[in-house]
Design a protein around this ligand. Structure first.
Ligand SMILES: *Cc1c(COP(=O)(O)O)cnc(C)c1O
Length: 532
């Protein structure tokens, strides 16, 4: 048998490309092992990752665009939706929640607002789930892009809702939070609701603060006299597959109600690629009522091609991530998920205790859940204080990656302070001692140092802004090439792709600049890293 020469050439070049890929991946931070405390969610079980990869291989080649052709798409998606629906308090069947819903909607026109049954879409990630929740809310409320329809959310809601507003022609109305606790008052959220509101958002929990918003109180407030077509979305992208399994600790804070058992909640997002321990690319949006569920879909027959029905933003889409997520869900089962979450909770508790004991730092207010945010201890004497961003860089130099979060200015209240974020996962329980050793050494290294300064090259711009000789609008009017030159010049020339840089001074620049300018600069920064 002769071998096709084309095959030989392809295999040869393919092997070279694979070797280069392996070398590139060597240079990445490790996605497993617990040294990276954001971005990655490691069950600690490599066998689970192997199952996910076998599932992806079996799903390879399918086009998720059309479940009428590829029946496995509907079955996989259905399996994910019924599992997550039951985890999130709606019972396993679409009709299982009818009793709960029906009670709450007495007097409400079923089909417009909160009719009982819960339906779901499998999306590519949390951002897409949140965007679709906002789209459905705009449609259910009968609003058009640019007509003033509003998303009301605590300022601590994920940036995905600002993105949704940007894309969908809605307004994002951020409600300020208590600067010390990070908590929004339900009354403040409700006070922002008016005839333009299409959606109210609560997080369970908020990514930057770890706070679970007062879902039940907001729900009760909405039931008392507000238009039933106003959506109440719970963003459980992070919490959806971890909070339902979080162990009760008699002494600890109690878990508030936040899921679909709260009847006025109209939609909920939950990411399988976070605490579902699935590969990146799978999230769900669950919606109460067929009307809201289908309001997020796009359908047209107004073109010469096949009839288009897209429940999510993509057209053609892979089945691989969803198939992997489904197999992981099935493999873990309720008991497996509970055990992994219990390891996560144990590690979280140990880290909370250890980090709290480090002089000069303090932990932000906590609800049950796997997120930790540390800030400077303002009560410590100046020479004892540990700045969270200097600390994050110092941890990074020691091989433990934590995520710097800029201070957030609020017009009507004090700012949320600079912090650093840790996402705890099951694997963390094997790393607690090392993380705390690194955390302590890093704090010792930077204790007493002043807050980081923006890069020196920005000082002219910052001085001119402060003096008023330059306005934010002047900067925003600059052509993109000028912005590019400014950013690459200040940050030390062109960047190697993926080059690791200390983030403290860049974050300091973001803190010092108006938001719109900061956004323009971080865009240029990412472009400089990725441009070829
Ligand atoms: C991660 C996250 C999102 C966005 O999800 P992506 O999967 O990154 O698109 C939205 N909300 C919260 C609370 C999150 O943690």
């Amino acid at each position: 048998m002769t071998v096709d020469p084309l095959t030989t050439r392809i295999l040869d070049r393919g092997e070279h490309a694979l070797a280069r890929l392996a070398a590139m991946r060597e240079a990445d931070p490790p996605t497993t092992g617990g040294r990276v405390l954001s971005y990655v969610y490691d069950s600690g079980l490599s066998e689970l990752d192997q199952l996910a990869m076998r599932a992806a291989r079996l799903a390879h080649g399918v086009n998720g665009l059309d479940p009428t052709v590829f029946a496995s798409v509907a079955q996989i998606h259905g399996g994910i939706i019924s599992r997550t629906r039951s985890i999130l308090g709606a019972g396993a069947g679409a009709g299982a929640s009818a009793g709960v819903g029906a009670q709450a909607v007495a007097g409400v026109d079923a089909g417009t607002a909160v009719d009982g049954d819960v339906f779901g879409s499998v999306t590519s990630g949390g951002t897409e789930s949140c965007i679709l929740a906002c789209l459905a809310a705009r449609e259910v409320r009968g609003r058009s892009p640019g007509d003033g329809g509003t998303i009301v959310a605590p300022v601590s809601a994920h940036a995905a809702f600002r993105k949704a507003a940007h894309l969908l022609g809605l307004r994002f109305d951020g409600v300020e939070v208590d600067p010390v606790t990070g908590r929004v008052a339900a009354a403040d959220l409700l006070a922002a609701v008016d005839e333009n509101t299409v959606l109210v958002v609560c997080s369970a929990p908020s990514y930057p603060t770890g706070v679970i918003d007062p879902v039940a109180e907001v729900a009760a407030g909405l039931e008392a006299g507000h238009d039933p077509r106003i959506g109440l979305h719970v963003d459980a992208c992070l919490g959806g597959l971890v909070l339902p399994f979080w162990p009760d600790t008699p002494a600890g804070p109690t878990m508030p109600e936040w899921d679909l058992r709260v009847a006025r909640v109209t939609s909920i997002s939950a990411d399988l690629h976070k605490y579902g321990f699935a590969p990146k690319g799978t999230s769900v949006l669950l919606s109460r009522g067929r009307t809201r569920h289908r309001a997020a879909w796009f359908a047209t027959v107004d073109w010469p091609g096949y009839p288009v029905v897209n429940p999510t933003l993509a057209g053609s889409k892979p089945l691989e991530p969803a198939a992997a997520a489904w197999v992981v869900l099935e493999a873990l089962g309720e008991d497996g998920q509970r055990e992994l979450v219990s390891r996560t909770a144990g590690a979280t508790q140990a880290l909370v205790e250890g980090l709290s004991a480090i002089e000069g730092m303090t932990l932000l207010d906590r609800d049950p859940g796997p997120l930790i945010a540390v800030a400077v201890d303002e009560h410590a004497p100046r020479e004892q204080r540990v700045h969270p961003h200097r600390w994050a860089d110092a941890c990074g130099r020691r091989g433990i990656a934590v995520q710097a979060q800029p201070a957030y200015g609020q017009a009507g209240r004090s700012a949320l302070s600079s912090s650093s974020h840790l996402t705890v996962t099951p694997v963390t329980h094997t790393m607690v001692d090392e993380i705390l050793r690194v955390a302590t050494d890093a704090a010792d290294e930077v204790r007493g140092l002043p807050a980081p300064r923006p890069p020196a090259g920005f000082s002219d711009v910052l001085d001119a802004l402060a003096a008023g000789t330059l306005t934010p609008d002047d900067i925003l009017a600059l052509p993109e090439d000028d912005i590019h030159t400014m950013v690459t010049g200040v940050l030390g020339g062109d960047h190697e792709p993926g080059e690791a840089t200390g983030m403290a001074s860049l974050i300091a620049a973001i803190e010092a600049l108006p938001d719109a300018v900061g956004a323009r600069l971080v865009r240029a920064y990412l472009a400089a890293v990725t441009e070829v």
